[in-house]
Design a protein around this ligand. Structure first.
Ligand code: IPE
Ligand code: IPE
Ligand code: MG
Length: 239
């Protein structure tokens, strides 16, 4: 047990299991995504209530583009609906929305509405909801390396100026603290190209619940269990 309570400002989630949830009920996979979108709303509110400052949700990976056209377009339509969600309510709740990932892969209307939502909520400071969309962590790291190389080539920085802080600032998550907790639903125990750099010292929690069945109570149980984990960061516990 740790002597002081662990800091908790950022929870990252891999929302997995929508397809299996639907399959279990003999429904098309897209119904699972629809139900999963309702869970997103519930969990955002629950995280806010629990005082979490940053919530990062993995909504669509770069690898998810390889799914059937039907599934991808159903997911994109859900996203379109989400982007039209009640701005007034988001403003009242003080939620700042940010997107991380390779935007250029998305349709122009989606890109435009994402930028609008980010702009309109940029000053909100109660909680930041970061949505990983068309996101792949290896691509993000490669992109950061390219940006830094270009800065060196132009003579703006020297090779020796590249350190962890500068590198972090080149990632999509620039300005967001590293996650304290990672939750993956659906029983899978892998990170599937999510926040590889950022999760160097994150505490992992895996639950068998499928994302559409995940709820506030399960989130609070994880938060509770996190509090008694000992985060050592390579050091030896002070006796
Ligand atoms: C997670 O659920 C949502 C996305 C990846 C978009 P899945 O669609 O991966 O559901 P399973 O893993 O097939 O059950
Ligand atoms: C990870 O889930 C991506 C999202 C939840 C958006 P996947 O279902 O795509 O991951 P794998 O294929 O099981 O690793
Ligand atoms: Mg999955």
């Amino acid at each position: 047990m740790s002597s002081e309570e662990n800091k908790l400002e950022h929870i990252a989630i891999i929302m997995d299991g929508n397809g299996r949830w639907a399959k279990k009920r003999g429904l098309p996979r897209t119904m699972g995504h629809r139900k999963g979108a309702e869970t997103v709303k519930e969990i955002c509110k629950a995280a806010e209530k629990a005082g979490i400052k940053y919530l990062t949700l993995y909504a669509f990976s770069t690898e998810n583009w390889k799914r059937s056209e039907e599934e991808v377009s159903a997911l994109m339509d859900l996203l379109r609906q989400y982007l039209k969600s009640d701005l007034k309510e988001i403003q009242e709740r003080g939620v700042c929305i940010r997107f991380i990932g390779e935007r250029q892969m998305l349709a122009p209307d989606i890109i435009e509405n994402m930028a609008k939502l980010e702009e309109e909520t940029a000053k909100n400071d109660k909680m930041t909801l970061c949505v990983a969309l068309s996101y792949g962590s290896r691509q993000e790291i490669v992109h950061a390396a390219q940006r830094l190389s270009e800065m060196v080539r132009r003579g703006d920085i020297a090779v020796d100026d590249i350190d962890e802080k500068l590198f972090s600032n080149m990632l999509y998550t620039q300005g967001i603290p590293d996650p304290d907790i990672l939750i993956r639903t659906s029983g899978e125990q892998r990170i599937s190209n999510y926040l590889l750099w950022q999760m160097a010292y994150t505490e992992f929690f895996f639950t068998d619940a499928l994302w559409p069945d995940f709820n506030e109570k399960m989130l609070l149980e994880i938060i509770d269990s996190y509090k008694s984990r000992e985060r050592r960061y390579g050091k030896i516990k002070a006796e």
